[in-house]
Design a protein around this ligand. Structure first.
Ligand code: G3P
Length: 249
């Protein structure tokens, strides 16, 4: 894991307003600087993306939480990766479980979005993860392989892809996967990439964990060889996010 740069993303989801975002930007700018070895990315709601790009320091990149699979056109309510790039965003989160399960996004659409975002020149944080029922009936690996395959089939440049493993039962529940549970699935994903893409990609890609990561549990999770960082929801809105960024240092 040592050759892979630790990556920590903050997914703010549908949270924040002008005042609270100014406070988040303040603790980010105080806590992240030139000596921070972790790659840090924050994903505000799209309406605030441009402001955050302007206000955070250059050691922090900004991501969108979603985008559509086209450049422009009659797609009311959507934003394109070209627009994200135009306002200074460098990444987009795609396939988040909330997009999959609350908004009905399927593997095929997520794959198309991944392909288009990469062709538009931004990076992709691609999310996979099983439901509690899927874990309980023993289909975790099957689900995660199916989701990874749909993403992989559309990737033109693996250097700009990070995979986030987010078990749905651990998201926003305060119920974190144990370090061993996270390691087990990260290892499965890396093996799948080794067998189906290439050993180079499998060795270099960052596979990050998401699901109730906080300042208390991040250090132990970060000791696992295949945990290359985190995608943080709730705790990314609070100053403890800086401790998570520094989990490995
Ligand atoms: O994308 C991050 C996420 O889904 C985890 O959310 O609030 O459990 O850290 P949370």
């Amino acid at each position: 894991a040592s050759s892979r740069r630790f990556f920590v993303g903050g997914n703010w989801k549908m949270n924040g307003d002008n005042a609270s975002i100014a406070e988040i930007v303040k603790f980010l700018n105080e806590g992240v600087n030139d000596s921070t070895s972790t790659e840090v990315v924050v994903a505000p709601p799209a309406l605030y993306l441009k402001q955050v790009v302007t206000d955070v320091n250059k050691n922090i990149a900004v991501s969108a939480q979603n985008c559509y699979k086209a450049t422009k056109g009659a797609f009311t309510g959507e934003i394109s990766p070209e627009m994200i790039k135009d306002v200074g965003g460098k990444w987009v989160i795609l396939g988040h479980s909330e997009r999959r399960h609350k908004f009905g996004e399927k593997d095929e659409l997520i794959g198309e979005k991944v392909g288009h975002a990469l062709s538009a020149g931004i990076g992709v944080i691609a999310c996979v993860g099983e439901l509690l029922s899927e874990r309980e009936n023993g289909t975790t690996s099957e689900v995660v392989y199916r989701q990874t395959k749909a993403i992989a089939g559309n990737v033109s440049d693996w250097n700009r892809v990070v995979i986030a493993y987010e078990p749905v039962w651990a998201i926003g529940t305060g119920k974190t996967a144990t370090p061993d549970q996270a390691q087990e699935v990260h290892d499965l994903i890396r093996k799948w990439l080794n067998d189906n893409v290439s050993s180079d990609v499998a060795n270099s890609i960052r596979i990050i964990y998401g699901g109730s990561v906080n300042a208390k549990n991040c250090r132990e999770l970060a000791t696992k060889p295949d945990v290359d960082g985190f995608l943080v929801g709730g705790a990314s809105l609070k100053p403890e996010f800086i401790e998570i960024i520094n989990a490995k240092s």
